[in-house]
Design a protein around this ligand. Structure first.
Ligand SMILES: Cc1cc2nc3c(=O)[nH]c(=O)nc-3n(C[C@H](O)[C@H](O)[C@H](O)COP(=O)(O)OP(=O)(O)OC[C@H]3O[C@@H](n4cnc5c(N)ncnc54)[C@H](O)[C@@H]3O)c2cc1C
Length: 278
């Protein structure tokens, strides 16, 4: 690992100013679970690390007057696991508690996972799956972006060099009546090969009014499928499989395609049978 200077701002504004001052040599560090590995492997070699650890407001979970859940970007998986989140917001706790191992969950943050933009990570997949919005602060001011627009490729996001992701905002509970996340991994501590999320909203008569199906891991960024609200789980699964390299015949791609099909069928099936969570 190359030598670096550790900077510990107390506020987001100070952190942004430090990023601006030190330019391309500066990197934000949250839990360090992805960044420190990259530094050890020398794929990155920042001269300055701007730590988010001292910015208390960034690790809070609050609820807006309209019911939206605001999760500070520096909130750890462990804190999310302990949070008593109501209704379908609780899926975030379940996902945070079922990834990696305890040391990673104690240090790793929701914002770090999104900014690392690794297609195998669970939180970016779920954020796109429920149509979360991300809050970003930078030298030019504050802005928001849907999670789907934030993730641009493997390791690539829409965040600028002097910007900080400050929060992940989950829509209010009435946005969805059921949210189901499923992933497939070989061993319990492995990252997912494929994951699927189904978010479903019902009409007054109980029939599905909107279904949002998102597949992640199989492509560089999560893909939101164009699934009709009236589609059965089997129809949605076939559509998902058909949209994933339909002509490829090599074994690894076929294997992933069948995982996509299976996980989409399961999530849609479970969402259809889940009771309203608001
Ligand atoms: C052994 C191991 C197993 C793992 N298994 C899984 C798994 O099964 N599922 C899963 O989903 N993930 C898994 N992970 C990945 C883990 O989720 C991420 O490493 C972690 O969430 C990254 O968060 P962090 O706070 O540690 O980010 P850091 O490593 O501190 O930062 C990651 C990147 O994001 C940038 N960054 C961080 N926060 C911000 C911010 N607020 N604003 C702007 N830029 C920021 C940093 O500059 C850096 O580029 C695993 C990791 C390890 C080490």
């Amino acid at each position: 690992m190359r030598p670096f200077t550790w900077l510990a701002p107390d506020t987001t504004e100070e952190a942004v100013a430090l990023l601006r001052e030190h330019g391309t040599g500066a990197r934000v560090i949250a839990g360090g679970q992805s960044l420190l590995l990259a530094m050890k492997e020398r794929t990155v070699g920042p001269s300055h690390l701007v730590s988010l650890g001292g910015i208390t407001g960034l690790a809070r979970v609050t609820t807006e007057p309209d019911g939206a859940l605001v999760v500070g970007a520096a909130t750890t998986y462990a804190a999310l696991t302990r949070a008593a989140l109501p209704g379908w917001h609780g899926v975030l706790s379940d996902v945070a508690g079922d990834l990696a191992d305890r040391p990673v969950r104690n240090r790793g943050t929701i914002g770090g996972a999104l900014c690392a933009a690794d297609p195998r990570f669970d939180v970016p997949a779920l954020a796109v799956g429920v149509d979360a919005v991300l809050r970003i602060s930078g030298a030019a001011g504050d802005r928001t972006l849907p999670a789907a627009e934030f993730l641009r490729g493997n390791g690539i996001t829409a965040i600028g060099p002097d910007e900080i992701l400050t929060a992940v905002v989950l829509p209010p509970l009435p946005a969805w009546d059921a949210v189901v996340f499923e992933k497939f991994r070989h061993r319990v501590f492995d990252a997912a090969i494929v994951s699927a999320t189904c978010a479903l909203r019902r009409a007054c008569d109980g029939t599905p009014a909107a279904v949002r199906v998102t597949v992640a891991g199989a492509t560089a960024t999560p893909v939101v499928l164009d699934v009709d609200a009236a589609a059965t789980a089997a129809d949605a699964a076939d559509l998902a499989a058909a949209s994933f390299h339909p002509d490829a015949t090599d074994e690894p791609t076929r294997y992933r395609r069948e995982l996509v099909r299976t996980l989409v069928r399961r999530t849609v099936d479970r969402a259809h049978t889940q009771q309203g969570s608001a």
